[in-house]
Write a protein that binds this ligand. Structure first.
Ligand code: ADP
Length: 384
């Protein structure tokens, strides 16, 4: 019979992944005393905070990991909590040595930041953003999504992050670091996570904040949320060219901007304006997405409820000699896109063969094809 060693159990336990921090617990310094005698393993771990929501899952996984070591017949688990000093050391490590309050997505960051904007509301910007995030995650990219549409936050609902009372789970906090809930592989943060509502009622304290408060909220989302080393950060911007657009422009001047519009010519003008404002803050308009384009009916005819051509017009109008702007995709009208969104299961997951899901998947491919990091980003140098 195999005699298990302390080290073998330590290795197995240490490899357990913390479901919120998404790193092995050994790396997070959560493993404590471990010993084995006559097949009985005694395993000590510490959680980051008291009442850690992931406690049950971590405990079960640790037990299973220890029990999986050949020769272990019994596991006694001892669960403690990190001391404030241990927690501070951990949050420092998670911030990658960056001081608290410093925004990790500044100009030196390798994360691509894509702000999705539109001229007016109701064009499907949030629906497209949520699905795009999931499609990028399904391509293997590590993706974060900030719901900066503070007046009309809909991202949690679109990604199924809502309980029966309409509440959105609050992020777990480790001191001043917030761990974003993960939905369909996407790390999500939304103002909706900080508002509570009683059953069936409108959210308490719906967001009628003024500029400075909005600025602070977005800044806090970017600074205090632990996204880790992500490839892409998507921001679902509020429609129009208000305070948030300007704040994000200041906080993330190197962000790329994706403009969503409908095919309707009347929608084009306001969409163009949102692109122009983004550019004034130094951001680059990376492309235009036309949503609610013509759908093909079962008899094969094309049904263009909102007309045609709006996306191409916006792309053309925003193009300059130095910075051509392309129409990156047209997403057709789709019942599944709407009903899956209402049900909290993105269409790219629920009906990946739906024409709208396919169009969003292609859009994700096009965006993912651009290199990660600084390559392709214009340098802040100007010829004399
Ligand atoms: P926005 O973020 O621009 O305000 P939403 O994403 O909230 O817009 O979408 C507005 C409504 O339109 C939602 O009910 C959504 O399900 C629906 N919708 C969005 N895109 C489409 C589409 N391509 N086909 C059908 N319905 C759509």
């Amino acid at each position: 019979m195999t005699t298990p060693t302390d080290d073998a159990v330590r290795r197995a336990v240490g490899a357990v992944i913390d479901p919120e921090l998404r790193r092995p617990i050994a790396e997070l310094d959560m493993v404590r005393d471990i010993s084995v005698a006559n097949g009985a393993a005694s395993v000590g771990i510490v959680l980051t905070i008291v009442g850690c929501p992931a406690a049950d899952r971590i405990s079960a996984d640790v037990r299973a990991a220890a029990a999986s070591v050949p020769g272990v017949t019994d596991v006694a688990l001892h669960v403690g909590v990190m001391s404030p000093a241990e927690r501070r050391a951990l949050t420092e490590r998670l911030r990658g040595g960056r001081p608290a309050r410093e925004m990790p997505f500044g100009p030196g960051s390798l994360t691509r930041v894509i702000a999705v904007t539109s001229g007016k509301g109701g064009v499907g910007k949030s629906t497209v953003t949520a699905n795009l995030a999931v499609a990028l995650a399904r391509r293997g990219l590590s993706v974060g999504l900030v719901d900066a549409d503070v007046h009309g936050f809909s991202i949690p609902g679109l990604l199924g992050l809502v309980d029966a009372d309409g509440n959105v789970p609050q992020p777990t906090r480790i001191d001043d670091l917030m761990l974003p809930p993960v939905a369909y592989g996407v790390k999500v943060i939304s103002i909706g996570m900080f508002l509570r509502r009683a059953h069936g009622e409108a959210p308490v304290g719906a967001v009628a904040w003024r500029g400075p408060m909005l600025h602070r909220t977005v800044q806090q989302f970017l600074t205090d949320v632990y996204f880790g080393d992500i490839d892409v950060l998507l921001l679902d911007m509020p429609p129009g060219t208000g305070d948030i657009a300007i704040s994000v422009g200041q906080l993330l001047p190197h962000a790329e901007v994706l403009v969503v519009t409908t095919p309707q010519p009347a929608a084009s003008d306001v969409a163009v304006r949102s692109g122009v404002v983004a550019r004034q803050t130094g951001q680059r308009v990376t492309g235009v997405v036309e949503n609610m384009s013509a759908m093909t009916l079962p008899d094969g005819t094309s049904f263009a409820l909102f007309g045609a051509g709006g996306g191409a017009v916006v792309a053309e109008t925003l193009s300059t000699d130095a910075e051509p702007v392309r129409l990156l995709g047209s997403i057709p009208l789709s019942t599944h896109l709407r009903t899956d969104g209402d049900a909290g299961t993105p269409v790219v997951v629920a009906h990946p063969d739906d024409p709208a899901a396919l169009a969003i998947t292609v859009l994700a491919e096009i965006l993912a094809a651009a290199p990660r990091g600084l390559a392709g980003r214009s340098l802040p140098l100007r010829p004399e």
